[in-house]
Design a binder for this molecule. Structure first.
Ligand code: F0G
Length: 365
């Protein structure tokens, strides 16, 4: 494939292949957000914006590896359950590889941009009258019966690609500050990224590239209406209880059964991290604060910043910390949520004087 020494594939030494089905993905920006940094009162705050990937989310990093593996295996049909972003990425990367793609979506609970992507990239879309977790149950059954190759984050090759988020953060943060971040705060759904980052750090420590004391504290954030991981961390439980009823504006993380919890919980504990739940209002406020500094993210992504704010207020994160918040998907993924959080357009007459009068009357609003 073309462009395979870029982005994710710069880290081929840590991946199962030298190249993949690439668009290319990775090399996402690590933004400074000085106003938010001052407001939250941490030492250095950076935003790792995974919404800047080819299909607008971090899923592309996993798919470039996972679809390569599928092609290697010679499978006929790729499938996933999805709250939206995985389906968009699977459709795009499956299409690029010339493979048939099937996606199961929770009916009425997937943001418009994501459905549009899956449809246009040519996935067959099945809408199920159930939550994401039930969709994933079905896809796992299809895979077990040999009907499809599963490309949810239960697929370990997906997580190999997503390790590169960790590599990029450490490399860039160190280049800019001469330190590694004390903490990485990220939204949690299936806890795939949490597991992937933990594996990345373990490999770096094993290879001697990172001192054990320099491993960032993995800090997971969920929405209050879908917080089984937070419950497990708070109760110091070994297993995560599946929530049957879930709800949040952050539909990407509207998940009650985080399937990667067995790999992710040890990561949160052993790095000295934690998990915290935030309200939909806190998520929307954080989405606005990021957008005000030019960083456009979808609600699930803003959960990371909302979680950091909550942990600062609770005194869990102190003012001396260097923190990276992971924003996982682009603002345009969920235009309806953006419209709700943003300013309303103001209708005006087709006349310059009327426009000026309107601006005078509404100035400062
Ligand atoms: N943020 C966004 C924007 C997501 O789309 C997802 C997961 C997550 C966070 C959670 O990541 O599962 O690694 O903890 N979206 C999946 C999907 C479930 O189908 O697109 P995780």
């Amino acid at each position: 494939d073309e462009s395979t020494s870029l982005g994710v594939w710069r880290y081929a030494a840590a991946l199962p292949f030298e190249e993949g089905v690439s668009l290319p993905e990775g090399d996402t920006p690590l933004y400074e957000v000085p106003r938010l940094e001052g407001d939250l009162g941490v030492r250095n705050l950076r935003i790792k914006h995974e919404g800047m990937n080819p299909t607008g989310s971090f899923k592309d990093r996993g798919m470039t590896v996972g679809v390569r593996v599928a092609r290697e295996l010679g499978v006929d049909r790729l499938a996933c359950a999805s709250t939206g972003n995985t389906s968009a990425a699977l459709a795009a990367y499956g299409g690029r590889a010339g493979l048939e793609t099937l996606v199961l979506l929770p009916s009425g609970k997937v943001a418009a941009g994501k459905v549009a992507q899956a449809a246009l990239h040519g996935a067959r879309i099945l809408e199920v009258d159930a939550n994401f977790d039930s969709c994933l149950d079905i896809v796992q059954n299809l895979a077990a019966r040999g009907e499809a190759y599963l490309l949810n984050s239960l697929n370990p090759f997906r997580l190999e690609g997503q390790k590169t988020i960790g590599f990029e953060i450490l490399e860039r943060f160190y280049a800019e500050t001469g330190r590694f971040p004390d903490r990485i705060v990220l939204p949690v759904g299936n806890a795939g990224n949490t597991a992937a980052l933990y594996k990345a750090f373990r490999e770096l420590v094993e290879s001697g590239a990172l001192a054990p004391g320099d491993v960032p504290k993995l800090t997971g954030v969920q929405a209050e209406g879908a917080a089984p991981m937070v419950e497990a961390v708070e109760n110091d439980a070994d297993e995560v209880r599946r929530w049957e009823a879930v709800e949040t504006i952050a539909t990407a993380i509207r998940i009650g059964n985080p399937v990667n919890a067995p790999k992710a919980l040890p990561g949160i504990r052993e790095t000295g991290g934690t998990a915290v739940a935030v309200s939909d209002d806190e998520i929307t406020d954080a989405q606005r604060a990021l957008a005000a500094e030019g960083v456009g993210v979808e609600p699930a992504s803003a959960a990371s910043v909302a979680g950091l704010r909550r942990l600062r207020e609770d005194g869990v994160v102190d003012a001396g910390e260097d923190v990276v918040c992971l924003t996982t998907g682009h603002l345009l993924k969920d235009p309806d949520a953006a419209a709700l959080a943003g300013r309303d357009p103001e209708p005006v007459a087709n006349d310059t004087d009327a426009v000026l009068a309107h601006l005078d009357g509404r100035s400062g609003s």
